[in-house]
Ligand binder design. Structure first.
Ligand code: X2X
Length: 336
């Protein structure tokens, strides 16, 4: 082979490689997004909305593929954060409860009766405490982008109405998340047992547990009353925000413009889902009551009895969550 022919061949090969790499970078990149609940629920719809906006705005460069039902972590929702941190999954729209075993700061939202209303939740997530929480997540190699909402969690059971702590005596209650939940239900005299959402439904059906706690949207869509949970107490004992987040390496590998699109789309999808969830609350409660569920609302005095019975949980968890964080949150709540 002459040198000229050799060079010509080399040039052709290089040109081919350039074409190949250009077409590779033009190809859509797909990111996996984990959720616990499917798009039958507002939570899953939040993730789908995010995917829709991102697909549209990146003109197909980025595709978010949503994997619901904790399938990327074999049903164990408390492993979602670790899986995202290690890169096993690229992104998630996840619950503060499920991530709290790895991010103790997230237990802030699970402190019993700490956040009295929606305005309090918004004041905390939009304020200094919200920023501190995002920093805590980022320090663990996950980039938080936006807030959503699973909602205020209400208590249901198959045994009878609950209007005071004594009514919980000995009841087996399914909980998930960090040990804070064990402490709360132990303080109330119940018998808490930790299990995933995947395991909770059969456990409720067979009566292996007497009760559970979840927002009205989850109770309604999953028809929890139809597995024998005929008593529902509205006690707003905690709110469970959702967080849209991406693995740090994935984030770093994206173009600046696409990062901005991902973030803005998450903020929009989150706000859309928060508004929808809240607007639907009263309709859901009415539907649940129409299906024959016995709904208990607490008087101020009854509410206060639950607050007092769980005060010790605050004392124990304050240092673990961080005094400065709890104080910042408290200030935001007071100033709301
Ligand atoms: O498992 C639950 O209770 C659920 C679906 O609400 C969460 O993932 C926190």
């Amino acid at each position: 082979m002459t040198t000229t022919r050799h060079l010509a061949k080399l040039a052709a090969a290089l040109a081919g490689a350039a074409v190949l790499s250009a077409s590779l970078s033009a190809q859509a990149r797909e990111l996996s997004v984990s959720t616990v609940l499917s798009d039958a629920f507002p939570w899953g719809q939040a993730a789908e909305k995010w995917a829709e906006l991102v697909e549209e705005r990146t003109e197909g460069r980025l595709t978010l593929r949503v994997y619901p039902n904790s399938q990327l972590v074999a049903g164990d929702q408390t492993r979602e954060f670790s899986a995202m941190r290690s890169g096993l999954i690229d992104a998630a729209v996840g619950s503060t409860i499920n991530w709290s075993p790895q991010v103790p700061e997230l237990n802030l939202f699970s402190l019993p009766f700490f956040l009295p209303d929606e305005a309090a939740v918004d004041a905390v997530t939009a304020g200094a405490a919200g920023e501190m929480i995002f920093e805590a997540i980022e320090s663990r190699d996950v980039i938080p982008l936006a807030w959503g909402e699973n909602g205020f969690r209400q208590l249901s059971n198959s045994r009878g109405p609950i209007s005071e702590p004594a009514d919980l005596d000995g009841l087996k209650i399914r909980v998930v998340g960090s040990p804070l939940f064990q402490d709360t239900f132990n303080a109330l005299g119940a018998d808490p047992t930790q299990m995933s959402w995947t395991d909770a439904q059969p456990a409720l059906t067979t009566g292996a547990v007497d009760g559970q706690e979840n927002p009205l949207s989850v109770f309604d869509v999953a028809r929890i009353d139809q597995v024998g949970q005929q008593n529902l107490t509205l006690w707003n004992y905690m709110n469970d925000p959702l967080i849209f987040a991406v693995n740090r390496q994935v984030w770093d590998s994206l173009e600046e413009g696409d990062r901005e699109i991902l973030r803005e789309a998450a903020v929009e999808a989150g706000q859309w889902e928060i508004d929808m969830t809240r607007e639907e609350e009263s309709g859901r409660l009415a539907a649940i009551q129409e299906r024959g569920v016995n709904v208990t609302e607490l008087t101020d005095q009854q509410y206060q009895a639950f607050v007092e019975a769980t005060a010790e949980v605050h004392d124990k968890w304050l240092p673990r969550i961080g005094e400065a964080l709890v104080e910042a949150a408290r200030e935001s709540v007071e100033a709301r």
